[in-house]
Design a protein around this ligand. Structure first.
Ligand SMILES: [Zn+2]
Ligand SMILES: [Zn+2]
Length: 318
């Protein structure tokens, strides 16, 4: 299971109700901030998530509406908040711009207040947790080295307690060993193999975040059948030409792509303040009826085949 919290859902400039691009994906003790538009640190506070363990940042691309918030965030880490380390992942061009911003403007020769690493990514898996993989894939947008991110739980074989009971396997460590794929010898001398108590392999939950994107033909394979797809919808169909010109999607285009890939759930973000949310939603839903348009502070649990909204414990400063 993954959780995703939207901190900023506006395209290119903030609106009264929407901040600039930022979202947090959480899994066990991991927290990933994807993009960090201007004003993100205030959204982090208001969301109630706080700064703790928010030490991995994934950048989709180097446009300013996705990176300017890094300067403020680092500045706050220098004065007020402590964090063990900060890791920023992104494509080459995005990281060049991030480096200019952080080392050229914010630090200017000063030491960062914590180990600060900029990791240039390529297509493929770049972070492996116990039970999930995080990989990047190239995305076509204006400018080079744009990436989307795939969070994927590893496939696993569920433990079948009724089979264990039937075989007389006692509760305790030997069941854990079987789950971990090890054969065990019972006190009566019988050897039990994992195959005897594990069901057939179940694929893990997949969550894809694409970021800004102007062309989807290369993304069909990576998105096929994913449980939740997060995608931009900067324009409406009436401005298809403009969308093409700036390397963005229309709500209709995003919904058609989601439908073609057979994704289970679609969340649209990066919406322009030129439009009313209900028009974006209506256009998407005419193609993909379950489409959702994210608002700032919307939070979702992403499970296999399932998308559930949940309430954040938002901070109230009164
Ligand atoms: Zn953008
Ligand atoms: Zn962009």
């Amino acid at each position: 299971m993954f959780e995703i919290v939207f901190l900023g859902t506006s395209a290119s400039a903030p609106s009264i109700h929407r901040g600039l691009s930022a979202q947090v994906v959480m899994h066990d003790e991991y927290r990933f901030l994807i993009d960090c538009g201007e004003g993100t640190q205030r959204q982090i506070l208001q969301s109630g998530l706080g700064f703790k363990r928010l030490n991995r940042i994934l950048i989709t691309h180097g446009h300013l509406d996705h990176i300017l918030g890094l300067a403020g965030l680092l500045s706050t880490y220098m004065r007020w908040e402590t964090i063990d380390s900060l890791e920023i992942y992104g494509g080459k061009w995005a990281l060049e711009r991030v480096r200019d911003l952080l080392f050229g403007v914010v630090l200017r020769g000063a030491q960062p207040p914590m180990p600060l690493h900029l990791y240039e990514i390529d297509a493929g898996i770049f972070l492996e947790g116990d039970d999930f993989n995080l990989s990047a894939f190239p995305v076509w947008h204006r400018g080079p080295d744009c990436y989307g991110y795939l969070f994927e739980e590893k496939a696993r074989r569920p433990f079948l307690p009724e089979k264990a009971e039937a075989l007389g396997i006692p509760n305790g460590p030997c069941r854990k060993d079987l789950v971990n794929g090890q054969a065990v010898t019972l006190p009566d001398g019988r050897v039990i193999l994992p195959e005897q108590v594990l069901g057939s392999e179940k694929p893990g939950t997949r969550l894809v975040h694409i970021g800004d994107v102007g062309r989807t033909s290369e993304l069909v394979e990576i998105c096929r059948g994913v449980d939740t797809l997060v995608m931009e919808a900067t324009y409406l169909e009436e401005e298809t030409e403009m969308a093409k010109q700036f390397g963005h999607m229309t709500a209709k285009g995003a919904a058609e792509f989601a439908l073609a890939c057979g994704v289970k759930h679609l969340i649209l973000t990066h919406v322009s303040r030129r439009y009313r949310e209900r028009d974006v939603l209506a256009e998407a839903r005419s193609i993909f009826p379950a489409a959702v348009v994210a608002r700032d502070f919307d939070a979702f649990q992403v499970k296999r085949d399932e998308l559930t909204e949940f309430e954040l414990h938002q901070e109230d400063e009164t």
